[in-house]
Design a protein around this ligand. Structure first.
Ligand code: G3D
Ligand code: MG
Length: 281
């Protein structure tokens, strides 16, 4: 199959000054001037790219001149297929506000926007960075769980160009995949710099469960070691033909250690159950 063409409307969403216009302009190339759509208060530009023998035109929109969270007009979202949720790595508020941007996008596009890529922008400003990658991924997990969306996270810099082309290529690839267009790995492979977050993916509580299970396994191992040494001691005592009372004291000592370990296992089991219950909620 050759010469297939796709047109995707892509939105850049996020608070004012996070770098949406800069990302769009960086992607379009030097000296590029986009168009301003007065009716919807948005800037937009089109860019063509190819993947294998598939041609894609991206219509890239971002809201003009806003400086805080504002509810955009429905017309802005209408017909959108994908959105970049952009925040500034220096300002956690802009990350948290993405929840509202994502929810508006889903609602106002009436579900047509189904592909979301979260961009932590201004990655070049290393010294003043306030949001760690772990924090950003944790937020994405929450958002993914709340919305049921798959999310991809990556860090960009509109200033240096870091990951800008990668972000748009990834988006094009994801949209083609949704349209059942298979792009062979020799044409495009998603880069390893991205984090993929799925609604049912690993969570912090999963990590906790693993940790508890590992501790339980360790205690079980300890118990087995204790039992083996107990058996050995009894055997030694018996062969030495020592007094029954002495044997009994040693056995009692070891038994009390075993009960202590059993109590620890019981407590760990309780913790494990709590974690599992909280995961089911
Ligand atoms: P917006 O469209 O989301 O409102 P802009 O944001 O693209 O207008 O960017 C807001 C400011 O952040 C601009 O600075 C811009 O140069 C800067 N900026 C955008 N992206 C980056 C980045 O990746 N790194 C750095 N260091 N700065 C960035 P000014 O000073 O023009 O307001
Ligand atoms: Mg702008």
């Amino acid at each position: 199959m050759s010469g297939r063409q796709y047109l995707f409307k892509v939105l850049l969403l996020g608070d004012g000054a996070v770098g949406k216009t800069s990302i769009r302009e960086r992607y379009m190339g030097r000296g590029f001037k986009g168009s301003y759509l007065k009716t919807i208060g948005a800037d937009f530009a089109s860019k063509k790219l190819t993947m294998g023998d598939t041609q894609i035109t991206m219509q890239i929109f971002d809201l003009a001149g806003q400086d805080a969270y504002v509810t955009a007009r429905k017309a802005f979202y209408k017909g959108g297929r994908a959105a970049f949720l952009v925040f500034d790595l220096q300002d956690e508020t802009t990350l948290v506000n993405l929840r509202q941007w994502a929810k508006d996008a889903i609602e106002f596009s009436q579900g047509s926007i189904s592909t979301f890529v979260v961009l932590g922008n201004k990655a070049d400003l290393v010294e003043t960075r306030m949001v760690s990658k772990e924090r950003a991924v944790q937020f994405c997990r929450q958002l993914s769980a709340e919305t049921g969306l798959d999310l991809v996270y990556l860090e960009t810099s509109a200033k240096t160009g870091q990951n800008i082309k990668e972000a748009f290529d990834l988006l094009a690839y994801t949209l083609l995949k949704e349209a059942n267009v298979e792009i062979p790995p020799e044409v495009y492979t998603p880069p390893s710099i991205i984090e993929i977050i799925k609604p049912g993916g690993t969570t912090q509580s999963d990590a906790k469960t693993t940790e508890v299970a590992e501790q339980v396994a360790e205690i079980q191992e300890d118990l087995l070691t204790m039992l083996r040494s107990l058996e050995q001691r009894i055997a030694t005592l018996e062969t030495n033909n020592q007094k029954q009372a002495e044997v009994e004291t040693k056995v009692a000592q070891l038994e009390s250690k075993i009960s202590e370990l059993e109590e620890r296992v019981r407590r760990m089991g309780h913790v494990l159950k709590t974690v599992v219950d909280s995961l089911k909620k």
